[in-house]
Write a protein that binds this ligand. Sequence first.
Ligand code: G3I
Length: 348
Amino acid sequence: STLKDAFQKKFLIGTALNAPQIMGRDSATMQVVKTHFNSIVAENIMKSGMLQPREGDFRFDLADQFVEFGEENNMRIHGHTLVWHSQAPRWFFTDEEGNEVSPELLTERMRKHIYTVVERYKGRVHSWDVVNEAILDDGNYRNSKFYQILGKDFIKLAFQFAHEADPDAELYYNDFSMSQPGKREGVVKMVKELQEQGIQIDGIGMQGHISLEHPEIEEFEKSIQAFSELGVQVMVTELDLSVLPSPWNRDAGANISDNVDYQNKMNPYPDGLPDSVEEAFDDRYLEFFKLFIKYEDEISRVTLWGVNDSNSWKNGWPIRGRTDYPLLFDRENKAKPIVEKLIRVANQ
Ligand code: G3I
């Protein structure tokens, strides 16, 4: 029994791939991908700085291989991400004289980037994170370069261009901390505005970078409800579960370097997770998956942010050397006990 079979009637089960896997340097991980997952997303290689490091210089080799792998294995292929303030190349916001781009030039660059990328994979990449992380936890717009130069219209433009480039692609907004009431309200308001302007938006991706303590599952549920009431699909994206103390625990220190609790726990489990932590880990994943199953009519995909613990971004973040255990497969690509438990819950 596999994850994708167990959840087949409920939602897609996705995972994120990186360059080493896509380039065929990690066949053990790719075997797990083929066995357990029916949807893929590129963790990094389809971001704008990777696809167009210099103006007009598009690099599609890895993205092509990623899409081919998905097609060969009959997977739902999701594109991440067209417009994101982070990892956007610096040239995007600078004109030939080295000054900040005009709104017109930035719009033109967005159009060209989105058209070129989305048209290349038309009919092959099923859906796109068109805009990523544009709203703050308090519901205000993030003061990114896109926002500074174009105001909130950059969101509308991005969705328009993506729709023009592939009218059949599903278009999503994706963000983290979606359980925060302020962010929930901000996202609802933004999506309503897009809908009122006749802009196509098909779904909302709720990033699932969770820990043993955060977020409160009730708040996550409220956001699933609020988003599905907009008439769009809900996706759980970027799911991983950190077992380490959160660096953002403000009670423990004003910032990371002051946070002794956090600093002392770079690698608290060198021999693997103790039973008590593993139990908490399993319970936390089960709690969330039970919630996803409760909303299986609203949720169309649940995507893990990586396959095994060794390829998780959580290991190096935000301080190099941190060792975390956030995914469903261990560093040897062995299924953790949680996999069997999830399959059981899905089949209940
Ligand atoms: O590819 C280069 C490599 O050539 C170089 O030697 C190495 C040295 O640091 O860096 C490599 O690039 C890294 C890249 O991941 C690929 O491993 C970048 O430094 C690193 O910053 C980048 O981190 C990614 C991060 O987004 C970038 O902001 C993480 O892997 C990725 O998990 C993370 O994903 C984001 C989502 O896209 C959006 N939501 C939040 C999520 C977590 O931050």
